[in-house]
Design a protein around this ligand. Sequence first.
Ligand SMILES: Cc1cc2nc3c(=O)[nH]c(=O)nc-3n(C[C@H](O)[C@H](O)[C@H](O)COP(=O)(O)OP(=O)(O)OC[C@H]3O[C@@H](n4cnc5c(N)ncnc54)[C@H](O)[C@@H]3O)c2cc1C
Length: 290
Amino acid sequence: MKLIPPYRYLRPKNLQEAVEQLGRYGEEAKILAGGTDLIPMIRDCLITPKTMIDISFLDELRYIREEGDMIKIGALATHSEILKSPLINGKTGVLAKAEKVLGATQIRNRGTIGGNLCNASPAADTAPPLMVLNAKLKAISVEGERIIPIEEFFTGPRKNALKPNEILVEVQVSPEPEKSGSSFIKLGRRRALTLSVVSTAALIVMDGVKCRDARIALGAVAPTPVRAKETEKLLINKELNGEVISSAAEKVVEEINPITDVRGSAEYRREMSKVLTKRCLLEALESVKR
Ligand SMILES: Cc1cc2nc3c(=O)[nH]c(=O)nc-3n(C[C@H](O)[C@H](O)[C@H](O)COP(=O)(O)OP(=O)(O)OC[C@H]3O[C@@H](n4cnc5c(N)ncnc54)[C@H](O)[C@@H]3O)c2cc1C
């Protein structure tokens, strides 16, 4: 059995104290939220933080609420809380669909949306839906707060745009527009409790039979989750039917850069990206609220 090297454990009373502690220990510290990514990594000696700042008790970061035309999700909201939320199910269904197939009950009860994003796995299941929702991420440090568009957040495998002294505190999304439909499809090696081999999220907004807006994002097929903007362009202002969708879905391979790993080959991921993009767009079209 491997021994975890000793570390300083801090349990801030509130967000202000957490921000100060991270400001003091910065580079050598790690934020601990649900611990479902962090603890296995420490146990496997992949990282050895000298200081752990446990924010899991900060209820001020655990909320899901609507403010004006924005839905705000605190970084410590768990996957289970998001999945059960009538607000999320009613207004951002694409995120609810992803939460339903993320991990298993135990992981969903413990893991947080902030941890899923900050861990920055290319396969993070909340990333593609949040990308098609054009999410904005609020970060706080001793220097103040800033908003990071989700497209600028992922900078490489397990790398994100946060500075060492910044905490992610909130995810902000707009509700899915009128006359829109959305879908999320995840392909894993099993039906449940599995990481994505390929995942796709799609959101389309219709104007009669014409597509007014199309957003597509994929996970596990590049060093970071990706938006497929060139594929989207092939759908916007078009009358959507099976043929248009099929030919647009072929384009998606030009926007991804998959690797071969234990879960699947690059070639398989390329093929499945086309299949899943097509299915996801068809499901999104089917679900349009007219
Ligand atoms: C058995 C198992 C199955 C899993 N299945 C899936 C799956 O199907 N899909 C999927 O996407 N993931 C899956 N995961 C991964 C994991 O559960 C999720 O990514 C989870 O959301 C991580 O959240 P957490 O709160 O546990 O993060 P933690 O482990 O606490 O933290 C993860 C990382 O983010 C940092 N961090 C956390 N919160 C913040 C914050 N607010 N500000 C700054 N940095 C922060 C931590 O320092 C750490 O580096 C699985 C994990 C396990 C063990």
